[in-house]
Design a protein around this ligand. Sequence first.
Ligand code: HEC
Length: 105
Amino acid sequence: MSFRIKRLCSMSAAVLLLIGGAAHAQSALDVSVLAGSCANCHGTDGKSNGKIPTIAGRPAPTLAAMLKAYKGETPPPGTTIMNRLAKGYTDEQIDALAKYFSEKK
Ligand code: HEC
């Protein structure tokens, strides 16, 4: 009887470890998936060769502040599209995206 209980406990510990690992992998994947949609306009890895600003390699706090400004009630004057796009992301996703692009050279 007590043997069975012990076994059950170690099994649930293993399950918890598995779930933890999967959640971690998922969040790393999420950022690159989210970032992929930015590439359509901002260029591969956020390096633009057109009119749209390059976002790669700029400080994460700057990028995050810009995205949150777009998301807010009064986006910067002249904003054409980022105000609509930024509303689709949570603040956590914005911080993750800012970090992701700041780490690109
Ligand atoms: C449909 C094209 C498009 C997509 C997709 C797009 N952007 Fe933008 N982005 C723009 C344009 C255009 C601007 C200039 C501001 C404006 O007109 O909205 C801009 C501006 C920015 C700026 C400010 C740069 C500066 O120097 O002023 C940041 C930061 C930014 N985008 C981040 C992102 C991120 C992160 C994503 C992906 C989640 C993204 N953008 C997706 C078109 C796009």
